[in-house]
Ligand binder design. Structure first.
Ligand code: MN
Length: 463
């Protein structure tokens, strides 16, 4: 399977019924899409997406250039051209691009046929906004990964990238494999029913979150939403459901920014903005300190409401989903010491060597956005994006201990999401024992500190 095959499929689909191939509403097959109605779905979709971005505080720069990837006949390119200084639509199918050019109403809009290579014919940092929906689901994952890397490459420093993918919910299992096989068969038979033959496939592929995040590299995911685009009657009316469907495949939309954008993003101000910011699961600091005090332990820090919620974990985190690691909640810490690496003097509480063992960001999982309630009720379900600790984790307070004592005990448990490890696989604390920032061992940190080398650079800057 390669992109040339995909290109052929889409040339064939574009020739037979381009509009239906893009929005596969059964009632619109055989040329029944009204072109004005069809284009209006794009206008509405772009409005939903841009409103959503404004709400979470990541509006793109409209003075820049927008990219519509997988533009088809320009359903989304035209509304982008209306809003941005300029816009470029790219599609793998020449016939789609010819139809798009025929429908083009804007001088600031340009259409380009994509190569059979997963590369974008643009210089680095070209676009202030990149949008792609119901496209990557038709692209084999290894090419989607390359396109995602290309998106990050051509995204301007303050640019915003929004794309939709389909993914199975949780780990691939037999049930979802069967669902997938049925879906492929259903689509193939629909193509045959509607277009009279099935010489081409409308391939359907899933891209798990792990793959997406790895492909995005240094860019930051600021928001992930479920969407209704996997629904078989999706007709361009984009909706963000609160929950994933209970079974089958789900679509998700990722909002991604270049790293610089996150750092310069203004903090939201009103309660409503703060709420949506929280719900948006924007960047909150995650860190784990390795701390050799009375006992060696690991201190989990999660930034929340301006402080670091803190848990001490004797054994450290485990990627094995069967391991429950006791996490003793301790007093909130100040964010300013989050990056500290060095020695805490004898006279202070927690005297001993401190290592920055892991660092990154965290966000609540969809459906668990109310973190204050989670802290109160004793259940947090979070996604961590560290160097060593990644994926979905549950923090659950032990039953019967709510509010008793000064240091409530919780469990830290890995959730199955593709990052988990089997019991016989190496433990992450043994596999990666050293500082995530300096690579030093505990002994080296202590030695440097005593020699005075570590003191000045002990306060690491955290991005
Ligand atoms: Mn500690």
């Amino acid at each position: 399977m390669n992109l040339a095959r995909l290109k052929n499929d889409w040339e064939w689909l574009a020739e037979r019924d381009a509009l239906w191939a893009i929005l596969t509403d059964a009632s619109k097959a055989s040329g029944k899409w009204d072109i004005a109605e069809f284009m209006a779905t794009g206008e509405a979709e772009i409005e939903v997406v841009l409103s959503h971005l404004a709400k979470i505080g990541f509006s793109p720069d409209f003075d820049g250039t927008a990219l519509d990837f997988g533009c088809g006949v320009g359903r989304l390119t035209q509304p982008l051209a209306r809003r941005f200084h300029s816009c470029i639509g790219v599609d793998i199918s020449r016939q789609m691009i010819e139809k798009a050019e025929a429908l083009n109403q804007f001088v600031n809009c340009q259409y380009i046929v994509a190569d059979s290579e997963p590369r974008l014919p643009f210089p680095d940092e070209r676009f202030s906004f990149i949008y792609s929906n119901i496209v990557l689901q038709h692209v084999p994952p290894r090419f989607s990964e390359q396109y995602l890397r290309e998106f990050v490459r051509v995204l301007a420093p303050k640019g915003v990238l929004v794309f939709g993918v389909q993914e199975s919910f949780g780990t691939p299992d037999i049930a979802s494999t069967i669902t997938w096989a049925r879906m492929v068969l259903r689509i193939r038979s629909r193509i045959r029913d509607i277009l009279g033959s099935a010489q081409a496939d409308m391939q359907m592929h899933c891209l798990p979150e792990r793959t997406v995040r790895q492909a995005l590299g240094v860019a930051r995911v600021v928001n992930v939403q479920f969407t209704n685009t996997a629904a078989k009657d999706f007709n361009g009316e984009l909706v963000y459901p609160d929950q994933a469907p209970e079974s089958g495949f789900v679509s998700r939309q990722y909002c991604v920014v270049a790293r610089e954008h996150v750092e310069s993003a203004e903090k939201p101000k009103s309660a409503e903005e703060i709420e949506s910011h929280n719900r948006a699961a924007a960047v909150s600091l995650f860190a784990i300190k390795k701390h050799d005090a009375t006992h060696l332990h690991y201190d989990l820090r999660l930034e929340w409401n301006g402080v670091l919620k803190s848990w001490a974990i004797r054994e450290g985190p485990s990627y094995c989903t069967h391991d429950k690691r006791e996490a003793v909640q301790v007093e909130d810490h100040s964010r300013e010491y989050a990056g500290f690496e060095g020695m805490i003097p004898e006279i202070c509480p927690g005297a001993g060597t401190v290592m920055l063992w892991d660092v990154g960001t965290w966000e609540p999982q969809p459906g668990y956005f109310d973190v204050d309630a989670g802290l109160r009720d004793g259940l947090l379900r979070i996604t961590i994006h560290g160097e060593k600790i990644k994926g979905n984790w549950t923090l659950m307070r032990k039953r019967g201990l709510a509010g008793t004592g000064r240091k409530p005990k919780w469990w830290l448990i890995k959730e199955p999401d593709g990052f988990e490890r089997a019991p016989h696989e190496p433990s992450v604390v043994e596999e990666a024992p050293n500082s995530v920032k300096t690579g030093r061992t505990m002994e080296e940190i202590a030695r440097d500190w005593v020699r005075g080398k570590g003191k000045n650079k002990a306060q690491m800057e955290l991005s």
